[in-house]
Design a protein around this ligand. Structure first.
Ligand SMILES: Cc1ncc(COP(=O)(O)O)c(C=O)c1O
Length: 366
C-alpha cells in the first residue's frame, strides 16, 4: 500500500485505519512518567498495547527505565530497536525460546519471569552453555490466580534454588493485581491493592532476611497504578495502556487524568434504517471485547454490534443525518486487542497526518 502524503487531512484518508492523536499520546506519556516520578517509582511500561519501538522510545525519553513485554519475540523487536532494559513478564518454556533468550542477553539487559524451578533450571543450563547470565524475577500470586507461585515459604524456597544456579541471577519479585482493576468502591479498591502489595513486600523482606537479592519489586497496571504507586516497597510499575487511556480504563477502572488517544477512522457504508448505520469496521478491524468503542464527538451514535467486517451503530435523533460515505472515528474500547489487527499506526496532529509507524511487534506471539 502506498503511504499517503504527510500533512493530508485525516478525513481524506481511506478507511479503516488505526489513528493516534500524537499530542494526546505525548501528553499521556508525560503525565504517566511524571506521576511515577513524583511517587518515587520507576516506570517499566508494558508495551502490549502498542508493540511499536517508536512509541517505546518516546516512553524512555519521558523517563521510563525500560519496557515490559509478554513474549520473547516482542522483546526481540524491542531489543533490535535499541531498547536495553526489558522485562519479559511471562514464563518462557522450551528449548527454542530459551536459546533466543540467551541470544538476547547479549543485546539487552533482560529479565525473565518465572514461578517454578522447572522454568529456571533449563534457562540456567542454556545460559551457562552460551556463556551469558540472565536476570530472573519470581512472579508471586497476589490474588489474580493466573500464574504466580504462592507467597511465603514456596517463594522463599524458589528464590533459594535460583540463587544456587549459575547462568541466572535473581533480580527480585513481581505480582499483578489484575483482579482488582474493576473494584468499584475506590476505598475498597485501595484497601485491597495495599493488601495485595503487602504480600509482595513481605516476600521481599523474607528474601532479604535470607540474604537473597530483591532489588526489584514490580507490579501495577493502568487500571490500578494510580493507587499502586502509593504503596511503599514497590519499586517499579508496569502500567502501559494508559498512554492510549482507553474507555475500558476510564469507564471500568476509574482511571483519571488521561485522555483518549486511539481511534479507528471508519466510513458509513450502509444506512438500512433511520436508526441504524453500518460501518466498514468490524471485529477484524476493531475488537469490542472488554469494552465497546465510543463514537468520537457523536454521543447520539452508539456502537451496538460487531460482526467480522461490519460495525453497527444505533442512531438517536441528533445522529440520524449520517449519510453513506460519511467518515467518523471510533474511540477504541481496549487497545490491546485492536492494535494487533493492524500493520500501522497513523499519527496525527490537529488531524493532519504526521507519521506512519509500522507495528513491528504485530504477529510476534512466540
Ligand atoms: C503482567 C502484567 N503487567 C501489567 C499489565 C498491565 O498492562 P496495562 O497497563 O497495559 O493494562 C498486565 C495486563 O494484562 C499484565 O499482564
Amino acid at each position: 500500500m502506498l503511504q499517503p502524503p504527510l500533512g493530508i487531512d485525516k478525513f481524506e484518508l481511506d478507511t479503516p485505519i488505526l489513528c493516534i492523536d500524537l499530542d494526546v499520546l505525548e501528553s499521556n506519556i508525560r503525565r504517566m512518567a511524571g506521576f511515577m516520578r513524583e511517587r518515587g517509582k520507576a516506570w517499566r511500561p508494558h508495551e502490549k498495547c502498542h508493540k511499536t519501538p517508536a512509541i517505546a522510545h518516546r516512553q524512555l525519553a519521558a523517563g521510563a527505565i525500560g519496557v515490559t513485554c509478554a513474549k520473547v519475540s516482542e522483546a526481540e523487536v524491542m531489543a533490535a530497536a535499541g531498547v536495553r532494559d526489558i522485562l519479559i513478564a511471562n514464563m518462557v518454556v522450551g528449548e527454542p525460546k530459551l536459546e533466543r533468550v540467551a541470544a538476547l542477553c547479549r543485546e539487552a539487559d533482560l529479565i525473565v519471569a518465572c514461578d517454578h524451578f522447572a522454568q529456571v533450571e533449563p534457562l540456567s543450563a542454556v545460559c551457562r552453555r552460551r556463556g551469558v547470565t540472565c536476570r530472573v524475577i519470581i512472579e508471586v500470586n497476589i490474588g489474580l490466580d493466573r500464574v504466580g507461585i504462592a507467597p511465603g515459604r514456596d517463594t522463599l524456597e524458589l528464590a533459594r534454588a535460583i540463587d544456587r544456579l549459575e547462568g541466572v541471577e535473581l533480580a527480585g519479585i513481581m505480582g499483578y493485581e489484575g483482579h482488582l482493576l474493576r473494584v468499584e468502591d475506590l476505598g475498597e479498591k485501595r484497601r485491597r491493592i495495599v493488601e495485595a502489595m503487602n504480600v509482595l513486600v513481605h516476600c521481599r523482606d523474607a528474601l532479604r532476611e535470607s540474604g537473597l537479592n530483591c532489588d526489584i519489586v514490580s507490579a501495577g497496571g493502568t487500571g490500578s497504578y494510580q493507587i499502586t504507586a502509593d504503596c511503599e516497597g514497590i519499586t517499579e510499575l508496569q502500567a502501559g495502556g494508559g498512554i492510549f487511556a482507553d474507555p475500558m480504563y476510564q469507564l471500568q477502572c476509574g482511571v483519571t487524568g488521561l485522555d483518549y488517544a486511539l481511534t479507528v477512522l471508519t466510513t458509513v457504508v450502509s444506512r438500512p434504517t433511520l436508526e441504524r448505520a453500518i460501518l466498514d469496521a468490524g471485529r477484524k478491524t476493531l475488537n469490542p471485547d472488554h469494552q465497546m468503542p465510543l463514537v468520537k464527538d457523536q454521543p447520539d451514535a452508539v456502537p451496538v454490534r460487531f460482526s467480522a467486517e461490519h460495525g453497527e451503530l444505533r442512531l438517536g435523533p441528533r445522529a440520524q443525518d449520517l449519510k453513506i460515505g460519511d467518515k467518523l472515528e471510533l474511540i477504541v474500547g481496549y487497545a490491546d486487542f485492536t492494535t494487533v489487527l493492524h500493520d500501522e499506526f497513523y499519527g496525527f496532529r490537529q488531524n493532519r497526518l504526521d507519521v506512519v509507524w509500522p507495528i513491528l511487534g504485530r504477529g510476534k506471539i512466540q
